[in-house]
Unconditional design. Sequence first.
Length: 358
Amino acid sequence: MDTEERISIIKEVGEEILTVEELKKLLETKDHPIAYDGFEPSGQMHIAQGILRAINVNKMIKAGCRFKMWVADWFGWMNNKLGGDLEKIRVAGDYMVEVWKVSGMKTEHVEFLWAKDVMADDEYWKKVVQIARNSTVQRIVRCSQIMGRKESEQLSAAQIFYPCMQCADIFHLKADITQLGMDQRKVNILAREVGPKLGYGKPVVVSHHMLMGLSEPKTEIKDAAERAIELKMSKSKPDTAIFMTDTAEDIKRKISKAYCPEKKVEENPIMEYCRYIIFEKFDVLEIKRPDKFGGSLSIEGYSQLEKLYAEGKIHPMDLKNSVAEKLDELLEPVRKHFATNAKAKKLLEDVRSFEITR
């Protein structure tokens, strides 16, 4: 695979790449650059973290990257997830890794690392302090959106130095590529600015799309960070997201209630599910329609679906029914694993028993 082919695959992941020129130079000089992403364990995993994350990680691996997944247990503790109970957060971290193993992610090519394992490392904390010394408090507060927080929220002291630690993670993991969501953009830009000053280099930022929640989007949401805040709140509003072990009945109920205005393609969560999940996993989406409306349709790709839906040739409920069936098909192996594997079953039971906080 030549450099242009590798870049083309990574472009399928990156809604924004900073910068394509730097990515090209990196791929020309390094066969297997290190890419990383990190997650706070904070409750049950929804489909964007599970299936969509697996799709994107697999593409990065296909493009030749070594992928490091950072299980950010200390970050969840600092951010008051699961009531600030570090042991519960670690159980949730084990659960997340277990989900990824059966979600289609090529975990044999992914290195799972825990924040807890570097907290006694003096070199890590030197990086944190170096970043803090080269940043203003105002700049760090502006990065608070990476935690699913608004700048207007009152932050604890722990949450103030959270962005410095996340920035340090990039350098400590020797990541060439930060492959996180668009909501993490501000801290990745910080890393690009302070990295060269501190002798760590400038990471390439490949930011993936943030999947919408199932409810009608709020008109005041302006960017991916604000969208991420709404999506992260879905764990306390379970009908606004599909979770990885939802039953067929759960999926059908949630999808049937989802926001999906007729003929509207943009800001439509069902269309987003089709674009970023369904057509990444299936070649064809069968839309079952009554004979009086033309009968069933075989849709071969998102662009065809987008055109037909915008023209009003597909009714929202017919689309919803088809999407629910495909999502159920995708999640069946995950449900089966968590129902039959003793370790996985216990992890899920524990996580479901935890009170979700933010």
